[in-house]
Write a protein that binds this ligand. Structure first.
Ligand code: ADP
Ligand code: ASP
Ligand code: MG
Length: 415
């Protein structure tokens, strides 16, 4: 007998027919004698609709009320799934996050889980009941509802698996695993059988939304075995050949083959800001990025040119597109003190990243990227690297072309 957490994403619970299908999958795991807890997302499109309504009323809104609204999508699906399971004769009940409770910090709309009280839930599981838990939400120290950032149900599932000391966390979605790149964009994308936590973390944080970044971080830190699989496949549970996210040692121990580059990610949700004619003296970078950090805005890629005459320089960086207006507002406020000429914003950008642990031991990965893009006439605006990743910023219209060309260049295309 194993203890497993199953997570079903938005498309998997997109209508009542699909919820019944999910109930059958959950029942199959119960029938195998497993102890099962389930995490669900809102129906696909539901959260987007809720966000739209909030923005129609108040574009610059109180995040606490935003959370009250957008957390409702998951309340619908936990109740419906509990009912669908009861219809199949499976004992099941829904738990709202405040009933468990799943506690978070007070960073509304982007909260982090701080703890999950599992005593009561574990007891109900041992007694043969399936708990159905809403993804994406928690409760703050002030006792108010919080949400974990878009795609946060993955994180809820991994956190619950860690808290319950589950043997596995199965993430059911609308593709049958993690691919070398988004299979909806590149037809020749190949399914990866095993991926390391580190690579998955880079892929997720660089835009592969198949798993929320924070969920991979948690899985890595708590050694949760994560499996990504399709809820639309007829086969059931562990019979499905999904993608396993595991330690690098496990991959090495099994002698599994790894290519230098494992995957290509892209993100169109960043914006570029160029601050022009910044005085070139110590402390200026801190003065630019200080106000952004204070406003909780994450800066990603950064380039600063050498000043030609030693007096002023341009600084270019990227921020999440959703934070662009606030970032520009903050910079404009600091303009008098910083004495720069202008803060120019550009949303017509995409970040493309090649990722692989093999980069540690192989040279020339970045060069191949630059040559491949040059051959397609694609201009690189900003570059950033880590030990296992190279990212470039290009004009958004080249995204698909760049990703396809790189996928071929690194020999990732499916046969
Ligand atoms: P869910 O609602 O189940 O959480 P998401 O839409 O969040 O599903 O994530 C699944 C989607 O992630 C897929 O439909 C696919 O388009 C996208 N995706 C992006 N990059 C990848 C990748 N490398 N491998 C698999 N899917 C990817
Ligand atoms: N329903 C939330 C969202 O759409 C959480 C999730 O699906 O993971 O972002
Ligand atoms: Mg998701």
């Amino acid at each position: 007998m194993a203890r497993i957490v199953l997570k079903f994403g938005g498309t998997s619970v997109g209508d009542t027919h699909r919820i019944k299908n999910v109930a059958r999958k959950v029942k199959a795991e119960v029938d195998r004698g497993n102890e099962v807890a389930v995490v669900v997302s809102a129906m696909s499109g539901a959260t987007n609709q809720l966000v739209t309504w909030v923005n129609e009323i108040a574009p610059l809104h109180d995040a606490r009320e935003y959370d009250v609204v957008v957390a409702t999508g998951e309340q619908v699906t936990i109740g419906l799934l509990a009912l669908a399971l009861q219809q199949l004769g499976v004992k099941a009940r829904s738990w709202m996050s405040w009933q468990i409770p799943i506690t978070t910090d007070s960073a509304y709309a982007r909260a982090r889980i701080q703890g999950i009280e599992t005593t009561e839930m574990a007891a109900s599981m041992t007694a043969g009941e399936v708990p159905i838990v809403p993804g994406f939400q928690g409760v703050s120290p002030e006792g108010r509802i919080t949400t974990l950032g878009r795609g946060g149900s993955d994180t809820s599932a991994v956190a619950l698996a860690a808290a319950l000391k589950a043997d596995r966390c199965d993430i059911y979605t609308d593709v049958d695993g993690v691919y070398t790149t988004d299979p909806r964009i590149v037809e020749k994308a190949r399914k990866i059988d095993h991926v390391t936590y580190e690579e998955m973390l880079e892929m997720a944080s660089q835009g592969s939304k198949v798993l929320q970044t924070r969920s991979v971080e948690l899985a890595m830190n708590h050694h949760v075995r994560v499996q990504v699989l399709s809820s639309f496949d007829e086969a059931l549970g562990s019979d499905l050949p999904g993608t396993l996210v595991v330690d690098e040692e496990e991959i090495m121990a099994q002698g599994l083959e790894k290519s230098v580059v494992s995957g290509i990610a892209f993100a169109k949700d960043e914006a570029k800001i160029t601050v022009t004619r910044v005085p070139d003296r110590p402390g200026v970078a801190a003065a630019i990025f200080g106000p952004l950090a204070e406003a909780n805005i994450n800066v990603d890629m950064i380039v600063q040119n050498v000043s030609i005459d030693g007096s002023s320089t341009d600084t270019t960086f990227t921020v999440p597109r959703a934070d662009l207006a606030r970032a520009v507002e903050r910079l404009d406020k600091a303009k008098a003190e910083l004495k720069f000429a202008e803060a120019k914003a550009d949303i017509n950008v995409a970040k493309i990243s090649v990722i692989g642990v093999g980069m540690r031991s192989h040279a020339g990965v970045a060069l191949k990227m630059f040559e491949t893009l040059a051959a397609k006439g694609i201009n690189i605006q900003v570059i950033s690297t880590s030990e296992i990743k190279v990212s470039v910023l290009v004009a958004a219209e080249y995204t698909e072309l760049a990703v396809r060309a790189l996928h071929t260049a690194y020999e990732l295309d499916a046969a």
